[in-house]
Design a protein around this ligand. Structure first.
Ligand code: ARG
Length: 468
């Protein structure tokens, strides 16, 4: 026996010797693309059936191929299939096994196709399934948020700008903000799904094929809306993967912001919420600690997901048409980012369901920092008919007074207020409480509990309908 490996059985005709070990290591993708096995087998079955229907291969051969592929599917699913790096990728691993199982007919499967249209088809099918799983996960996340929002439609908390107390809002309103973000995330994925749903199969290596194939039939069999229109484009682009990674990066960014808020809320300094034991860890040295690890990891994972998008767009940049092996590098970022997003969504949904807000602490904080100053200014406009700019100025003076006396706005006496603006009367106190403040914000999209209740109920109804 010599050291030299046998030349590759798939293209061995032209090669005298096999690849070096390093070549095999850099070239093989089976370590990750095995995950495309179900899609690869579905594509091969659709292709074989079409070849038979078109009279390109014999019906008996197609039957043997199909049965062999079903066997392989169950072998891989049950973990008995042996993947070989020497066979490079999932496509050749499956084809080689098919040959062992059914013999000569296996060699006819690759008629009128190439690994280039095969892999593009497989990855599209994979991404399509992943989009559906992500949509489910996002819907569950929205439902958890909307349920908590309904429960806390009237729980007052400080609303922030610049992370400084700005105006009181309701906790429910805050949670519903994320429901809206998740809705746009879902529509981005749905949009990408529509665009990707054209079938590359039959584009062959790059130029199409001379065999009388029926591309509409394979497209239909695989659930695509139609075949792709240009064979070069079909094997050369991965924009569908980029779109989904971009949508994932945006969704992960939304998650990371909520994660950061949960980290803040659960500090003793804020004290707005307590995380359940299920989503916290203790410290090996500081017994008092409850660390929001899951939230921190979700916050961090946005970086990985955005990195996957950046990584793949760098791979694709400047590639000449059509296929180049560079594109084999598309899979790891796609698998990694989509797995990470699904996991992050599951963890965040659990955290939202379990979160125990401290409504008293939130309410107390909502009243600090002169958060109803805008309500006071609005009152001056409404009741005393002051121009808003003047009302702003008067309110500023009142805040300064309260600050000097180290009291809340509603603790100033009427006499003190009248020193600044003599026309102020008792009624002003009715707008200075945080409850009155949020109740008054009834404008469309505003934080009033009545609005929040209506919006949360609306979402819950809609989401329940979608779940069916
Ligand atoms: N493993 C390859 C990939 O993922 C399959 C396509 C190979 N095509 C080729 N012409 N070498 O991109």
């Amino acid at each position: 026996m010599t050291n030299e490996k046998k030349s590759n059985t798939m293209w061995g005709g032209r090669f005298a010797a096999g690849p070096s070990a390093i070549m095999e290591e850099i070239n093989a993708s089976i370590g990750f693309d095995w995950r495309l096995y179900a899609q690869d087998i579905a594509g091969s079955k659709a292709h074989a059936e079409m070849l038979a229907a078109q009279g390109i291969i014999a019906a008996q051969d197609a039957e043997k191929i199909t049965r062999g592929l079903d066997t392989i599917l169950s072998e891989i699913a049950s973990g008995t299939f042996e993947f070989s790096p020497a066979l490079e990728d999932i496509h050749m691993n499956i084809e080689a096994r098919l040959k062992e199982l059914v013999g000569a007919p296996a060699g006819r499967l690759h008629t009128a196709r190439s690994r280039n249209d095969q892999v593009a088809t497989d990855l599209k099918l994979y991404v399509r399934d992943a989009i559906d799983a992500i949509d489910d996960a996002l819907r569950g996340f929205q439902a958890a948020l909307a349920e908590r929002a309904l429960e806390h439609a009237a729980s007052v908390m400080p609303g922030f700008t610049h992370l400084q107390s700005a105006q009181p809002v309701t906790f429910g309103h805050h949670l519903l903000a994320y429901v809206e973000m998740a809705a746009r995330d879902r529509s981005r994925f749905a949009d990408a799904r529509k665009r990707l749903n054209e079938c590359p199969l039959g584009s062959a290596a790059l130029a199409g094929t001379s065999f009388p194939i029926d591309r509409a039939a394979t497209a239909r069999a695989l659930g695509f809306d139609r075949p792709t229109a240009n064979s070069l484009d079909a094997v050369a682009d991965r924009d569908f993967a980029l779109e989904v990674l971009a949508a994932s990066a945006i969704a992960a960014t939304h998650l990371s912001r909520l994660a950061e808020e949960i980290v803040l809320w659960s500090t003793p300094q804020f004290g707005f919420a307590r995380l359940s034991d299920a989503f916290t860890t203790g410290s090996s040295i500081m017994p008092q600690k409850r660390n929001p690890d899951a939230a921190e990891l979700i916050r961090a994972k946005a970086g990985r997901i955005a990195g996957a998008f950046t990584g793949l767009i760098m791979v694709m940049k400047g590639l000449p048409l059509a296929y180049s092996k560079d594109m084999q590098e598309d899979k790891e970022p796609v698998f990694g980012a989509l797995d990470t997003l699904v996991l992050g969504l599951a963890a965040m949904t659990g955290m939202v369901r379990d979160l125990a807000p401290d409504t008293r602490a939130m309410r107390k904080a909502a009243g600090e920092g002169y958060s109803t100053a805008t309500d006071l200014a609005d009152w001056l406009v409404r009741v005393l008919a002051m121009p808003f700019r003047d009302a702003h100025h008067v309110t500023g003076q009142l805040v300064a007074r309260a600050e000097a006396g180290k009291v809340a706005l509603h603790r100033l006496t009427l006499a003190e207020m009248r020193e600044v603006e003599p026309r102020i009367n008792e009624e002003v106190f009715s707008v200075l409480s945080v409850d009155k403040s949020v109740k008054s914000r009834t404008s469309l999209g505003g934080t009033a509990p009545a609005n929040v209740r209506r919006a949360a109920r609306g979402w819950l109804k809609k989401l329940a309908r979608q779940a069916r």
